[in-house]
Design a binder for this molecule. Structure first.
Ligand code: HEM
Length: 215
């Protein structure tokens, strides 16, 4: 039988391609959108990570989700520094979640409160992605909008406390393989991972509508 880390990866592969090639992401990474679109996207991430990280403490002792809760992954302080650069010191005043973002954050919170396995699905979908493709986004953002390399504006993509992301990802996959969940629960987690990708695509869709390029 395939290890769980392979299973979850394969199961979300198609949706990964869909997210990567969404109109908003392609336009953003293709340099066709302004820094305003990047700022709006960063604001949406704030809501998602607020849901993931404000609930993490309560899961630290959980046998299923606990092993995944690693403070070196936390992104909220970095997002807040980025938003200060992007929006100014009073960034909180103008912060607003798109409906798709609200739905995404609500689902994360619901899993954190009621279903640790579901929380793991959301944790995997965000943090393993940030440790991978996130580096591509950082590079483009630095070039397009002139942020200091790995500095304010792109700190979200910089894991200062994870010097070797490849090794970290290997350990993370080993944690997934050993997750305290039976076969049925593993299937449910995979399904939630697909749902997590769909929630991300939903946010991209709404961002795409807000930042439509004129033909
Ligand atoms: C333009 C946007 C994106 C790019 C360029 C990108 C690129 C990548 C790359 C290069 C990898 C590394 C694969 C490997 O380790 O061999 C990866 C992995 C991953 N990405 Fe993305 N990605 C993007 C968007 C997303 C989004 C929106 C999500 C979900 C929120 C996501 C979730 C993941 C996950 C979970 C993995 C880890 C797969 C695994 O090894 O288990 N990515 N991505």
């Amino acid at each position: 039988m395939d290890p769980f880390s392979s299973l979850i990866r394969t199961a979300s592969h198609e949706q990964h391609v869909e997210a990567e090639t969404s109109t908003f992401m392609t336009d953003l990474l293709g340099g066709r959108l302004g820094v305003e679109a990047y700022a709006r996207y960063t604001e949406q991430l704030w809501f998602v990570y607020e849901a993931l990280e404000s609930t993490a403490g309560g899961l630290a002792a959980d046998p299923v989700a606990g092993p995944f809760v690693r403070p070196e992954l936390f992104r909220l302080p970095e997002l807040e520094r980025d938003l200060t650069r992007l929006r100014g010191a009073d960034w909180r005043a103008g912060l607003s979640a798109l409906p798709a973002t609200r739905a995404y954050a609500d689902r994360v919170r619901e899993c954190a409160e009621r279903w640790p396995g579901g929380y793991v699905a959301h944790h995997y979908t965000r943090y393993l992605g940030d440790l991978s493709g996130g580096q591509i986004i950082r590079d483009r953002a630095e070039r397009a909008w002139g942020f200091p390399r790995k500095g304010d504006g792109v700190r979200f993509y910089v894991f200062e406390r994870i010097p070797n992301p490849a090794a970290f990802k290997r350990d993370y996959r080993a944690l997934l393989d050993g997750i305290a969940a039976d076969e049925l629960e593993r299937q449910r987690i995979v399904a939630e991972c697909r749902a997590a990708f769909a929630l991300n695509t939903g946010v991209f869709r709404e961002l795409g509508e807000e930042f439509e390029l004129s033909a």
